[in-house]
Design a protein around this ligand. Structure first.
Ligand code: PLP
Length: 363
């Protein structure tokens, strides 16, 4: 007989992890995929060819350049970082959120964000054992500045995340309010600019104006979701500490080579983003033309909208081959809310037709 007690996940894994639901990614085979804020446009053939050649020449028998010098230099060029600011690369910006949280997760440390916002902030706080505090947005999804300042005074957060534009609401928060929050926070404030390419404003020019401001971006929403590449920009004093936590080869040879290639054609991606912005206004107008749909204006590549019987509408769209995101039943502020990614004109047309059809049938 073994002296071993039975080892099970239930008696070994941390209780807070057992209680979590895994981040669910639905299958989308053969569907019009408008659920994940991807860029719908393929790359021009000439650029694909250039990437193929760069990949053919990549030394995949070697570990990647741990410092990713070429890629970082390319990023600095396209982003126009203020002087004295450093860059840290992540395997997607999700990895950077985790790295930041790990770095400050002292006992009782608080991670603060707003609600509703990007769900990974709360999940990652749980992963690393931080206490999560979410301050509700106002009814129109703006920052509730008095509530934020009160909570900051009471909770003394080590880390604050503000998505700018916010996901899933699509709006930009008031920049002056964010500045007050940065000034009042005793910890780091990370402005998450995942949707910068579709928005009118950025906090990159503010870097260096505050000791505790960092700006995080990802290339996922711009057309490189499959590469997994995000970065954090900010003062060297912070980033050199965070570098210690970064696993040395977190960005592989192929993502480094392909992203460097793509960033030399940043203009191609930005031109696609401009097309998406044009489509966004057409899609918003089309949603506004459907009785019973209330759509929120957006500075991102998706649109949040409210409709009666949202879950049935979501299922009706799915039956008609269109996959979007159902937010109903999650946060109370998102009751009857759905989120659609801006696709190609053709995809958006199919979505609008399917939506109209579904609503007619439910009525
Ligand atoms: C999509 C998203 C991210 C994560 O992007 P990665 O693909 O992990 O780089 C981060 N923040 C917000 C607000 C997002 O919507």
């Amino acid at each position: 007989m073994s002296l071993h007690k039975t080892v099970t996940p239930e008696n070994l894994i941390r209780q807070e992890l057992l209680a979590l639901h895994a981040y669910h990614v639905p299958t989308s085979d053969g569907m019009v995929k408008l659920d994940a804020m991807e860029n719908p446009y393929p790359l021009p053939a000439a650029l694909r060819e250039q990437i193929a050649q760069a990949v053919a020449g990549a030394e995949i028998n070697r570990y990647p350049d741990a410092a990713a010098r070429q890629l970082k230099a390319d990023i600095r060029k396209v982003v126009a970082l203020p002087s004295g600011m450093e860059v840290l690369l992540g395997n997607g910006s999700d990895e950077i959120i985790q790295l930041l949280a790990l770095a400050v997760a002292k006992p009782d440390a608080v991670l603060l964000s707003v609600e509703p916002s990007f769900v990974m902030y709360k999940m990652i706080a749980t992963f690393v054992g931080m206490r999560y505090v979410g301050v509700p947005l106002t009814r129109d999804f703006s920052l509730d500045l008095p509530a934020m300042l009160d909570t900051i005074t009471r909770e003394r957060p080590a880390l604050v995340f503000l998505a700018y534009p916010n996901n899933p609401t699509g709006n930009l928060f008031d920049a002056a309010a964010i500045k007050q929050i940065i000034a009042a926070t005793p910890g780091l404030v990370v402005v998450d600019e995942a949707y910068y390419a579709f928005a009118k404003d950025s906090f990159i020019p503010q870097l260096g104006q505050y000791d505790n401001l960092l700006v995080m971006r990802t290339f996922s929403k711009l057309g490189m979701a499959g590469l997994r590449l995000g970065f954090l920009a900010g003062p060297t004093a912070w980033l050199e500490q965070l570098e210690k936590l970064r696993l040395p080869y977190n960005v592989g040879v192929l993502p480094q080579v392909v992203a460097a290639s793509l960033l030399t054609h940043h203009d191609v991606l930005l031109a696609q983003a401009e097309k998406i912005k044009l489509e966004r206004s057409r899609l918003l107008a089309a949603l506004g033309g459907i009785a019973g749909v209330c759509a929120y204006s957006s500075e991102a590549n998706f649109i949040l909208f409210r409709v009666a019987q949202a879950t049935q509408v979501f299922e009706g769209l799915k039956q008609r081959g269109v996959l979007i995101k159902n937010l109903n039943g999650g946060h109370p502020a998102l009751t009857d809310c759905l989120r659609v990614t801006v696709g190609t004109p053709e995809e958006n047309g199919r979505f609008i037709a399917a939506l109209q059809d579904t609503i007619n049938q439910l009525a």
